[in-house]
Design a protein. Structure first.
Length: 212
C-alpha cells in the first residue's frame, strides 16, 4: 500500500516553483520532439497559450454522462485538466483516457485538493489518493508539483473569482511564497519545501507513465 513517504520521493529536489496547469503540461512533454497532445477538459486551452514544440493538439470535452468520444489516434501526452473532479467515475475515465496514449506516452493530470465545491464537481483528491488511483489503473507517478495554494484558491472563490487573483495560477501564490521563505530560513531542502507546498496545494499536478 502506498504511503505518504512514497509521495515525498516524487516531488522535485531541484525546482521549488509552483506550476500552472500549462506548466505541468510542459513538464509532461519535456524532452519530447514534435509532441502530439490530447487535452481532455471542459474548455480547451487557448491556442496562443499552448507550449511550443507541439505539432498536434486535439481537445475532447466529456459527454454529459462522463463518457469520452476519443479520436482514432495515439498521443505522446494526454492532458487531463481539472476533469477527474467532474467525473462520477474517475477511475473509468482514467482507463478510457489511457487508450489514447502511445505505448510510452505520458499522462499529465491537474486536480484539486482544496477547492470549494461547484456545480458538477464530485470529488477532491489528495496527492496520496491520486497516486493510489493511478497505480490501480496501471500507471506509475513520476512527479508531483504543487499549484496555487489552497487558502488563496478558496479566498479567490469566496471573493467571486476576481481577475486580479488569476495571476496566482501562474506565479507564486501567497502561502507558497511564505512556505518557501520560512523553510529556506530554517535551512530546509528543496524537496522538503516542495512537499510542504504540496501538502497545502489547492491544485496540484501529476505526471505519470504506464507501469513497465
Amino acid at each position: 500500500m502506498l504511503k505518504w513517504a512514497n509521495v515525498s520521493e516524487l516531488v522535485s529536489p531541484k525546482d521549488v516553483r509552483q506550476l500552472s496547469p500549462l506548466g505541468l503540461l510542459r513538464l509532461g512533454a519535456m524532452g519530447l520532439e514534435d509532441a502530439e497532445v490530447l487535452e481532455i477538459s471542459i474548455e480547451p486551452t487557448a491556442e496562443t497559450a499552448r507550449p511550443a514544440g507541439v505539432i498536434r493538439w486535439d481537445h475532447v470535452r466529456p459527454e454529459e454522462d462522463g463518457r469520452l468520444s476519443l479520436p482514432n489516434h495515439r498521443y505522446n501526452v494526454v492532458f487531463l485538466n481539472q476533469l477527474l473532479e467532474r467525473s462520477p467515475e474517475p477511475q473509468a475515465l482514467l482507463r478510457n483516457a489511457a487508450t489514447a496514449l502511445t505505448e510510452d506516452g505520458r499522462l499529465a493530470v491537474v486536480a484539486s485538493q482544496m477547492q470549494p465545491g461547484s456545480a458538477g464537481t464530485y470529488w477532491s483528491f489528495s496527492p496520496l489518493g491520486m497516486a493510489l488511483m493511478l497505480e490501480q489503473v496501471g500507471f506509475d507517478v513520476r512527479e508531483f508539483r504543487a499549484g496555487i495554494d489552497g487558502i488563496t484558491l478558496i479566498k479567490r472563490a469566496y471573493d467571486g473569482n476576481p481577475t486580479a487573483s488569476s495571476r496566482f495560477f501562474g506565479e507564486e501564490s501567497p502561502l507558497n511564497s511564505e512556505i518557501e521563505r520560512v523553510l529556506r530560513s530554517q535551512g530546509k531542502s528543496t524537496r522538503i519545501i516542495n512537499l510542504r507546498k504540496l501538502s497545502f496545494a489547492g491544485l496540484f499536478g501529476t505526471v505519470a507513465i504506464r507501469k513497465a
